[in-house]
Design a protein around this ligand. Structure first.
Ligand code: 2BA
Length: 109
């Protein structure tokens, strides 16, 4: 068994949850925050048999899109202004950042 952790954008979360249910995957959706943008994103926890991991990855890939997002500059309060960029910078936020972990044991009580 594997545990898939997928960090995705909030906008894609309903689409992904529906697709996972449609393909008979069990999933838990958690609110999370990206360290770089400090903005909300969504993390899915999906437990599945090894043999279905590739299918789950395909469902995630098909449901999530990469988008450009503007990062507002943070002024260097009393700090070094040499590296300060006074205008918003665009970064591409990926469709999904996915980790696949081995599951040592799984219990439901
Ligand atoms: P954030 O940390 O808010 O990052 C959002 C986007 O900002 C990233 O998109 C990337 O394009 C850019 N970015 C992040 N760190 C950067 C840096 N030090 N310098 C320049 N640009 C940077 P993604 O790479 O697609 O990541 C989307 C979200 O996935 C991340 O949100 C974070 O919540 C999660 N994530 C990505 N890589 C991770 C990792 N290795 N471990 C844990 N979570 C990760």
């Amino acid at each position: 068994m594997k545990l898939i952790l997928a960090v995705i954008q909030d906008q894609d979360s309903n689409k992904l949850m529906s697709a996972l249910v449609e393909h008979n995957f069990r999933a838990t959706k958690m609110a999370s925050t990206g360290g770089f943008l400090k903005a909300g994103n969504t993390t899915f926890m999906i437990g599945t048999d090894d043999i279905r991991v590739d299918k789950a990855l395909q469902v995630i890939k098909d449901s999530c899109s990469a988008r450009d997002q503007l990062v507002a500059p943070v002024s260097p309060m009393g700090g070094n202004a040499d590296s300060y960029v006074p205008y918003p910078v665009e970064v591409e936020v990926g469709g999904a950042t996915v980790f696949v972990l081995p599951v040592e044991s799984f219990h439901q009580f």
